[in-house]
Unconditional design. Structure first.
Length: 184
């Protein structure tokens, strides 16, 4: 499906461009990239906005025919394009609904909550670094800069392990508590 600019999508929805811009900023509508150009997938955005529409607005810029003879003489390319766009739109909407049933699509709220939980895990692990100050000081006193590098490498390795373990628990649906049970 051809991506639309925010202005084009606003016209498609019959709302202001500012309303669409706000929906993009708050994450209700996702921007996609296609051929190096960012835009809005209208089927995906309509679905995200809760719109059940099977229409596609097609404007060829052609004027209305004034008589039956003139009606028969008009090219049908506008109608063909509109029907094609409608079918592409329906197919994209069906694909989105299918992917949602398979569990491949998640509501924005679920992703936001998941990102917050991941950030909490990382921040808890980082906060534990202060507990390693004695180790860092001892290695610095003993080996200088080389000792500091060794201590920091150890902390890096331990942080990666703890974060990976905690993310594994999150992915498995386990409740990750905020306890300090495992030092970094």
């Amino acid at each position: 499906m051809e991506l639309m600019t925010e202005a084009e999508y606003a016209r498609h929805r019959g709302v202001s461009r500012q309303a669409i811009n706000k929906a993009v900023r708050v994450g209700k509508i996702a921007l996609r990239e296609q051929n190096g150009r960012k835009g809005i997938d209208p089927a995906e955005a309509d679905r995200a906005m809760g719109l059940n529409v099977s229409r596609v607005l097609a404007d060829d810029g052609e004027r209305e025919p004034e008589s039956r003879a003139e009606l028969g003489a008009l090219p049908s390319s506008g109608l063909t394009r509109a029907k094609t766009a409608t079918e592409v739109y329906r197919a994209r909407l069906a694909e989105l609904e299918y992917n949602e049933r398979l569990g491949k699509l998640r509501p924005v709220e679920d992703v936001t909550i998941g990102a917050q939980r991941c950030a909490e895990v990382v921040l808890r692990a980082i906060r534990r670094i202060t507990g390693r100050a004695d180790e860092i000081a001892a290695l610095c006193a003993k080996d200088g800069v080389l000792g500091a590098r060794t201590a920091l490498r150890n902390i890096d390795r331990d942080l990666r392990r703890v974060v990976a373990d905690e993310f594994g628990k999150l992915a498995a649906g386990e409740n990750v508590d905020g306890g300090e049970s495992e030092p970094v």
